[in-house]
Design a protein around this ligand. Sequence first.
Ligand code: AP5
Ligand code: MG
Length: 235
Amino acid sequence: MIPGVKLVVLGKQGAGKGTQCMRLSHHYVVPHISTGDMFRAAIKSGSPLGRKARELIDAGELVSDDIVIAMVAERLNHNDTKSRGFVLDGYPRTVVQAQALADLLAPGDLDMVAELVVPTSLVLKRLAGRRVCEDCGHNYHVSAPPRVDWTCDICGGEVVQREDDTEAAIRRRLDLYEHETAPLVDWYRERGQLVQVSGVGNADAVTARLVKAIDSRPPFGRFRSSGKGKGQGKR
Ligand code: AP5
Ligand code: MG
């Protein structure tokens, strides 16, 4: 049986986090938790959270740490994350968020933090052509559209361009990645949790690389070691 896993996937905007996390979620049979998708759902529903987040997201700014931390803590409390784990996409994004996640989980509970490494010139091409299903969040690209007239192959929802995929918002998001999120890479490296995986190449090749890295990680996480490695902190 394929074991469950608790994963964080990092990577700059357009690196393929959403694309790969959805695939990893199916492979390991764990929920895909994307803070970006959660905010977009809140915006669509017109909830107070959505109204608060909309302007920031459309401008490419980050939502404040306290809001995101509370939203993820509530989500990780759902039963579906308890039995087999989860794959976190777009969270944490600041060192403050990473510390909050570490405080929430038992020591050594996170199996791996994977950084998808992709050059900026390539992410710009990917984002310029990205299209997303409004309902299920499935990603497409103008070079690989859904089969029928911008209707999602998976759920039949409408496939559109994201509001924050404008040139100005993309530039701002990449700038914030350098200043706020890149320090996380060092934070996780210092804790022995980081594995860098190239996100270049077709999506199947990237998934195969990720699965290989995850499956060959040291037998530490609680889902692989029947509890023996639990609580050892650093790897
Ligand atoms: P979020 O939705 O997470 O956006 P993002 O970080 O800007 O990342 P993207 O979704 O743009 O890129 P991705 O890496 O998922 O790439 P994708 O797989 O789509 O967050 C949105 C906003 O919410 C943030 O800006 C912020 O305001 C707020 N927010 C979210 N989390 C937050 C947090 N923790 N703290 C504060 N604020 C937060 O791929 C891109 C394109 O490339 C697609 O078209 C895809 O089909 C294509 N593609 C993917 N892989 C490949 C491949 N291997 N080959 C060819 N094409 C590919
Ligand atoms: Mg995404």
